[in-house]
Design a protein around this ligand. Sequence first.
Ligand SMILES: Cc1cc2nc3c(=O)[nH]c(=O)nc-3n(C[C@H](O)[C@H](O)[C@H](O)COP(=O)(O)OP(=O)(O)OC[C@H]3O[C@@H](n4cnc5c(N)ncnc54)[C@H](O)[C@@H]3O)c2cc1C
Length: 337
Amino acid sequence: MEIKKNYNLSKLNTFGIDVNTDFFAEIKSENDIEELFSSPEFKHYEKIFLGGGSNILFTKDFHGIVILNKLKGIEITEESNESVSVRAMGGEIWNDLVLFAVNHGYWGIENLSLVPGTVGAAPMQNIGAYGSEIKETLLNVETFEVATGKKKIFNNEECELGYRDSIFKNKVKGKYFISAITLKLSKKENKNVTYRALKEYLENNKIEIHNSKDISEAVASIRNSKLPDPKILGNAGSFFKNVFIKKDELQKLLLEYPDIPSFEEKGLMKIPAGWLIEQCGWKGRKLGNVGVHEKQALVLVNYGNATGSEVFNLANQIIKSVRNKFGLELIPEVNLI
Ligand SMILES: Cc1cc2nc3c(=O)[nH]c(=O)nc-3n(C[C@H](O)[C@H](O)[C@H](O)COP(=O)(O)OP(=O)(O)OC[C@H]3O[C@@H](n4cnc5c(N)ncnc54)[C@H](O)[C@@H]3O)c2cc1C
């Protein structure tokens, strides 16, 4: 394992932000992890573990070590008539794991097709899409503790998975490197097609579901038509989380904004952050090199040569205007560095 100096990260983050890190290492094996953990650069400097860079905004150069996770491998570790346990190394591309599952006819992660990034980052924010979250299939997360290099396995409950949240994004942020995860997938049909956009797509295209691959292909097709491709337009998907408020708070808001959309989830009311941003007039707006996507108000984009601080400033302006108009607080989903 080589530790490189002054390494450019523009191709390693989907926003395409042109920043450098003082040190950079790629890990491909457990030996690399040991070597890395005992290196002076790792011991003495700030560190960031990086997967696909699809949920991160570098606001400036990083004066520490960036570690790119390239640990590969997918294996079945347990199998019964009903289910399989699939262990995947953290550097695998998440969608490759989805394809592995659906090509074997396993159910459980097909709704999460085409979520960008790596397996290792997936538990970080409990990735979710089209009515499903990794929480539903995650058995455990294998980690190395940054301070000691010791292995620790977190079971599902210990991961404290919530809406775009986990213990790794919160309480123990930066304290563990996720090396592998194990999912429990079903061999028996277990379809989840209640999410409105998915249900409508299946109905409109008269698609019958015979296997998990049918769902995976439908989700992929919807995603491809809706979301900007970061290879063409730098972005990190939804920049903000949706907003959850209590029912009585919603009632008050409804007096002033009767058409505010809301969905009940776990006793709270979810308000789509994209709607709030659109109501503040941001959708499709361009400010210099950055802007808000014309079709998806939740997605901030780099129109080319944007700096991380330009994106950050835009995000702050949006937060402020939503606060001023609705009294609601937008929280970034993207990890800010
Ligand atoms: C077009 C687009 C669409 C998206 N759609 C969705 C969606 O539908 N649902 C959804 O949930 N997300 C979505 N995202 C966000 C993103 O894909 C997920 O958050 C994904 O899990 C990030 O993976 P990554 O490997 O790119 O993580 P990175 O961006 O590399 O890292 C994200 C965070 O995790 C940390 N991290 C990464 N790997 C490790 C590790 N091995 N150990 C410890 N910490 C680590 C990083 O330090 C950083 O804080 C989308 C992004 C884009 C660009």
